[in-house]
Ligand binder design. Structure first.
Ligand code: PLA
Length: 451
């Protein structure tokens, strides 16, 4: 039935189904009981829903924070949950260069709303590869890269993972501990088996580099390794370039397959090339890798769902065969991607002036986040808040991993109407000079009263 599978191991569909059953069984004990299902089937004849056995699922740990925030009537409420950029006035930002691109698209009467090809907008794919791998990348020049447009970072990760579950000999993926909460779900439901590698050291609030090297060193040969290209979420802790080089050497020596998640290119340092260094080091050695790109944050296109999956291969021939199989993953998943967001990105990336305007606006966003770090740090120092808060200025990217525990977070939400994820992560992009004092008061109270 499945010509692409040669081994007798369970098919990805079987693995996915059993993962789903496990997932559902843990959410609903009733699922395990056949009687409960047949009861609800007969119940429909008596006017009850056939879905009456469905239990309410919990809100998403990140997006659910916004749901709770929206319900709070307090005028001082502050949403530092989801990583979404806000201006100094606390408002969402549409970049000027994005508005301009949209205007150009609207004015162009030759544009139509036809379906895109399964792999998306060709121009967008080419420019996205150039953005992450660099304009002079030999891999691009040699046609060894295939890039397909997907539904933002999440969709790109999912398509890549589904491909790997079908076509790669190793089905184990190592993800950092901790990582973005959606990673384990995406990979498990794709049919991969998820393991973790040590990443963060709570004692130093920095990288557990030794632990990382040990765990990747003992991973089975060929295992997939998920790496955050920059601005690690949720910790804000990235390896140095020297450490990246050591990770690269170790991974290549063990034939571990890198799968980069690049959701914050330009947001960490304010510089698109600097934030792509980790990926480019791995591509420069001629080896293979996967990269999922998102334009949600760096172009502020959150709801447009624009992203790309690139697979760097050893030869152009392999790359084109990989692409043919990626199409078989995408077609039954969402058929083909949306046209509008990708057209905005392509319009900006292909025009030198618009590209420059974008880098300026991007740098301004990154700089504002960096200045919020300094302001929050200064505010805690001014209050004499117990503890060493230097990690706030050392960490990079959109988030600070504060070290506050879940009781302290609950206290801050209850008493100060500050919303954040229960692991103590705060989105620095949601802060402004006006709200820093309120946050500092809340942290001070939480630390002094709840420790
Ligand atoms: N990868 C990482 C590391 C992320 O942090 C996020 C988004 C994504 C991928 C996916 O983004 P996209 O699909 O929108 O492109 N993380 C956010 C939002 C910003 C979320 O949880 O969906 C966060 O608050 O962690």
């Amino acid at each position: 039935m499945r010509p692409e599978l040669t081994s007798s191991s369970p098919s990805p569909t079987d693995r996915r189904l059993s993962a789903l059953v496990r997932h559902l069984a843990s959410a609903s004990p009733l699922m395990e009981s056949q009687t409960a299902i047949s009861f609800s089937a007969t119940a429909s004849f008596h006017g009850e829903s056939v879905f009456s056995h469905v239990v309410r699922a919990p809100e998403d740990p990140i997006l659910g924070v916004t749901v709770a925030y929206n319900k709070d009537p307090s005028p001082v409420k502050l949403n530092l949950g989801v990583g979404a950029y806000r201006t100094e006035e606390g408002k969402p930002l549409v970049l000027n260069v994005v508005r301009k691109a949209e205007q150009m698209l609207v004015n162009d009467r030759s544009r139509v709303k036809e379906y895109l090809p399964i792999v998306g907008l060709a121009e967008f794919n080419k420019l996205s590869a150039k953005l992450i791998f660099g304009a002079d990348s030999p891999a691009i020049r040699e046609n060894r890269v295939t890039t397909v447009q997907c539904l933002s970072g999440t969709g790109s990760l999912r398509v890549g993972a589904e491909f790997l579950a079908r076509h790669y000999h190793q089905r184990t993926i190592y993800i950092p501990q901790p990582t973005w909460g959606n990673h384990p779900k995406i990979f498990t439901l794709s049919g991969l088996s998820v393991k973790t590698y040590r990443y963060y050291d709570p004692a130093t609030r920095g990288l557990n580099f030794q632990g990382l090297l040990e765990d990747l060193g003992s991973a089975p040969s060929g295992a997939i390794v998920l790496l955050h290209a920059c601005a690690h979420n949720p910790t804000g802790v990235d390896p140095t370039l020297q450490q990246w080089e050591q990770i690269r050497r170790l991974m290549r020596s063990k034939a571990l397959l890198p799968f980069f998640d690049s959701a914050y290119q330009g947001f960490a340092s304010g510089n698109l090339d600097a934030d792509a260094q980790s990926v480019r080091m791995f591509v420069a050695d001629g080896g293979e890798c996967f990269v999922a790109q998102s334009y949600a944050k760096n172009m502020g296109l959150y709801g447009e769902r624009v992203g790309a999956l690139s697979v760097v291969c050893k030869t152009a021939d392999v790359a084109s065969r990989v692409e043919s199989q990626l199409k078989l993953v995408i077609r039954p998943m969402f058929s083909n991607p949306p046209i509008h967001g990708a057209s905005i990105v392509a319009t900006i990336l292909k025009d030198r002036n618009m590209y420059n305007d974008w880098t300026i606006e991007l740098k301004a966003m990154a700089d504002r986040i960096i200045s919020m770090r300094q302001e929050l740090f200064d505010a805690l120092r001014a209050r004499g808040t117990p503890g060493d808060w230097s990690h706030i200025i050392k960490q990079i990217g959109m988030f600070t991993f504060t070290g506050l525990n879940s009781e302290q977070v609950a206290f801050m939400t209850r008493e100060y109407h500050i919303y954040m994820t229960s692991d103590g992560r705060i989105s620095m992009a949601g802060l402004s000079s006006k709200t820093v004092p309120h946050l500092a008061d809340a942290i001070h109270a939480a630390v002094t009263r709840m420790s």
